[in-house]
Design a protein around this ligand. Structure first.
Ligand SMILES: [Zn+2]
Length: 301
């Protein structure tokens, strides 16, 4: 059994069947052991030293804030909620929470965090982001309100009343290899010399396997087959689920899409094991499924 990817394998009971029971939810929030995961402008509250830890607050510390409260679930015997504090300005946030920790981008600390805590922060961040982007109904344009403990937004126009559900956008990410070498690319937008597996969003009307083959062809003009699923990873930066694959290259001559890839090449396991000069070549971040795909491929050789 493979170990879960970062941000996956969260051991939390989501109790999804109880989300619409407002009395039950209020009772959970009122329990003395209930805890809040605060999110502020897509950032998570952590203590950075000696190693990053998530800061979960007693509900009393959030009292008086009129934001959306999202029930995440029962974790380690305590109900856990997320609250989006983005409406607070920087100085109020510093005054209220400065002594507790610091709001940082989860991506800057996630790879060093205890896995369950990192998964919790990722889940909270994903839902806070969704609420922030779905204040209006996509059907009629009226305002929406949060219901079902933060897991549904309902249109306030009585003639419409559409319920909108949190979305997560599927993206495929794939390690393409020819047996001995794998294809890694450097994206045009990256400012560090990082090389990673290719990736792209799944489009309507295609299977995951179709998306893998299309993305590789579009970005590098490589034809593949033997597309095999590896594992997946929630990636709330801002709203994806990454679906990891291996694929075998049937052609090897690269022709790069200049809008996507600045550089790409075929790398052997020996080269990837390193060492590397970090000014010239870096592998993807430790918490990414890209790194997981690469590491597992190296270990399989
Ligand atoms: Zn509507």
């Amino acid at each position: 059994m493979k170990s879960p990817n970062f941000y996956a394998g969260l051991q939390l009971d989501r109790a999804s069947e109880k989300r619409r029971d407002a009395g039950w939810i209020a009772g959970q929030l009122a329990r003395p052991e209930s805890r809040i995961v605060p999110v502020w402008r897509a950032q998570s509250l952590v203590i950075e030293q000696p190693e990053p830890r998530a800061v979960l607050l007693p509900a009393a510390e959030i009292n008086g804030f009129d934001g959306i409260s999202i029930y995440l679930g029962e974790f380690g015997g305590a109900p856990v909620f997320a609250v989006d504090l983005s409406a607070l300005d920087e100085s109020s946030v510093a005054a209220q929470f400065g002594a507790r920790g610091k709001f940082v981008d989860l991506r800057s600390v996630g790879g060093l965090m205890e896995r369950q805590e990192g998964g919790m922060l990722a889940y909270a961040r994903a839902l806070a982001h969704w609420h922030g982007r779905h204040g209006f109904c996509g059907v009629c344009g009226a305002q929406t309100v949060s219901i079902a403990a933060g897991h549904v937004r309902k249109c306030t126009n009585p003639a419409c009343g559409t319920e909108h559900f949190p979305r997560t956008d599927p993206a495929v990410i794939m390690l393409v290899h020819d047996g001995d070498r794998c294809l890694l690319g450097h994206h045009v937008r990256w400012t560090i010399p990082m090389y990673s597996t290719l990736a792209g969003f799944v489009e309507p009307g295609e299977s995951l396997e179709d998306a893998v083959a299309r993305e590789i062809y579009e970005e590098a003009r490589i034809r593949v087959d033997e597309v095999q699923y590896h594992s997946s990873q929630p990636w709330p930066f801002p709203a994806s689920i990454m679906l990891g694959f291996y694929a075998r290259a049937r052609t090897t001559e690269l022709r790069l899409d200049p809008d996507e890839l600045q550089n790409a090449g075929w790398f052997t396991r020996e080269y990837l094991r390193g060492p590397h000069d970090p000014d010239k070549f870096r592998l993807p971040r430790a918490d990414s499924i890209a790194r997981r795909l690469i590491n597992d491929w190296i270990d399989a050789g």
